[in-house]
Design a protein around this ligand. Structure first.
Ligand SMILES: CC(C)(COP(=O)(O)OP(=O)(O)OC[C@H]1O[C@@H](n2cnc3c(N)ncnc32)[C@H](O)[C@@H]1OP(=O)(O)O)[C@@H](O)C(=O)NCCC(=O)NCCS
Length: 174
């Protein structure tokens, strides 16, 4: 198990007293998880509702867990070719959405894989929230697989009230 600590600055608006946000100095840890990855299944299922699909990439993938006074987020990255790795799963506990943990993980893995791969891809449903999250973190639209969700799942899937039809891939040069 590798554990790396770093200090970051967090804007905590709950502490504001009419003068804008308070800046807190927070120590976070990102751990690379080598064993017993299934113990994070509750988080993995937030991003991928099919345990059977998760099983296809979990063991061959590298898993990263972000701790900040307890577990907050995880992600899994696989090597797909000598040049390209893929972010297969990223999730933050719902209570902690919007606090920057997902973006911090993406910054971390982008640095981690720089020099090992030329680019990182990620596939997601074509909904604005997911797309914005990745674009905010340096990804841009690469290609689209038409009807992926309607062809591969036996029931309609929805995110943010929108039915998922196409899978979009976004790409980031490392
Ligand atoms: C997508 C996800 C990992 C982002 O994690 P996070 O720790 O909230 O990430 P950050 O705080 O760094 O960024 C939040 C941004 O994510 C975007 N976002 C995407 N889905 C979101 C959701 N369900 N809730 C809140 N924000 C979401 C928002 O645009 C937000 O942008 P903003 O900060 O400009 O408002 C998290 O929302 C999540 O776990 N979602 C469920 C699992 C999932 O669907 N994963 C695959 C994503 S396509």
């Amino acid at each position: 198990m590798s554990r790396l600590s770093f200090t970051t600055f967090v804007c905590d608006c709950s502490l504001q007293q009419g003068f804008g946000c308070a800046i807190l100095v927070v120590d976070m840890d990102i751990e690379i998880i080598h064993e017993n990855k299934k113990r994070f299944l509750d988080l993995l299922l937030l991003a991928d509702e099919s345990e059977a699909m998760i099983d296809k990439y979990l063991e061959r993938g590298e898993m990263f867990a972000l701790y900040d006074d307890g577990l907050k987020s995880i992600c899994v990255v696989t090597g797909e070719s000598p040049d390209t790795c893929e972010l297969k799963n990223i999730a933050t506990y719902e209570k902690w959405h919007g606090m920057g943990y997902g973006s911090r993980l993406i910054q971390y893995i982008s640095e981690f894989y720089k020099g090992k791969y030329r680019s990182m891809i990620v596939g997601t449903g074509d909904v604005p929230s997911g797309r914005c999250f990745y674009e905010k973190n340096g990804f841009s639209l690469s290609h689209r697989i038409s009807n992926f969700f309607t062809d591969n799942y036996d029931h309609p899937m929805f995110e943010d009230g929108i039915q998922l039809v196409d899978m979009i891939y976004l790409k980031k040069e490392l």
